[in-house]
Write a protein that binds this ligand. Structure first.
Ligand code: SF4
Length: 271
């Protein structure tokens, strides 16, 4: 069936939270496979096992219909730990407004004593603010902001909410005392590696007391294609430029006294 421009399929799963290979996380919760935000750089397609979603990235999303029932059983036997919410999908993409799988799973996990680390691009997470507030010591919320310019976001994250709305969501959550962080990544030469962009993101981190994670673009096989929208940038990828920019960014963070951590492999997830 179609919901807006998204082709939706339904699947049943055997497991709700999976072991996470990402640093800092014990488990991953991904209520959907695929993501209608359709970011052109998204690496998650490489880790999405169903080809309907991975080969039609941004257009097809699979809904895990029995997720909540499976999770209810799983939380009783799994060791408590940190769950990354949305590691290969955005758990707050538009379909979540209809199916509420994330909301229901988050409640179960928090009530069962798990710690949740969210990463999203969608202010829909504010719908669940009351749940998060009840467990504010047990959650942190990260928003990916690659630029505060809508034109940049529209190009590289075509269906995601505009960055200004994400910035406002971070403000709203941090004002309520929820621990927030910003993921500035991927940093792509000539797209979002300018000083104005870095300054705007650093300023937002200062204002909201957010930790800043950053990551430069990792070139993946799906990008090595003549029709790939960043083809020219990939072909002429300038590592020295990236290095200089990251040094500039680290210096800006130091000047502003904010915690700034780099690298997907070392520190945090990057999608
Ligand atoms: S980067 Fe995140 S929001 Fe964008 S398509 Fe991938 S999972 Fe969705």
């Amino acid at each position: 069936m179609k919901v807006g421009n998204t082709e939706v399929h339904f699947i049943e799963v055997k497991s709700a939270i999976s072991q996470s290979g990402l640093p800092d996380l014990d488990y991953a919760l991904n209520p959907y496979l695929g993501c209608s935000h359709g970011c052109i750089y998204c690496y998650a397609r490489l880790y999405t096992k169903d080809e309907r979603a991975s080969k039609n990235w941004g257009k097809v999303v699979l809904v895990k219909t029995n997720l909540v029932e499976v999770l209810k059983k799983e939380v009783k036997r799994k060791k408590k730990g940190i769950v990354g919410v949305g590691t290969i999908t955005d758990a707050y993409q538009p379909l979540e407004a209809i199916y509420k799988l994330t909301r229901r799973s988050v409640k179960i996990l928090l009530e069962s004593g798990f710690y949740l680390s969210f990463q999203t691009k969608n202010p829909l997470i504010l719908r669940d603010k009351e749940i998060l507030l009840n467990y504010r010591e047990k959650v942190d919320v990260g928003f990916t902001i690659t630029s505060l310019k809508s034109s940049v976001s529209k190009f590289i994250e075509p269906n995601a909410p505009f960055p200004i709305s994400r910035a406002n969501a971070i403000r709203a959550l941090s004002k309520e005392g929820i621990k927030t962080w910003i993921f500035y990544g991927p940093i792509i030469p000539r797209i979002n590696d300018d000083r104005e962009t870095a300054d705007a993101i650093v300023t937002l981190a200062v204002e909201t007391g957010s930790t800043l994670f950053y990551d430069s673009l990792h070139i993946k096989s799906f990008m090595l294609n003549d029709t790939y929208p960043l083809n020219e940038i990939i072909r002429t990828f300038d590592k020295a430029r990236v290095k200089n920019f990251l040094n500039f960014l680290k210096k800006r963070c130091e000047e502003e006294g904010i915690i700034c951590k780099g690298g997907f492999e070392e520190e945090k997830k990057s999608f």
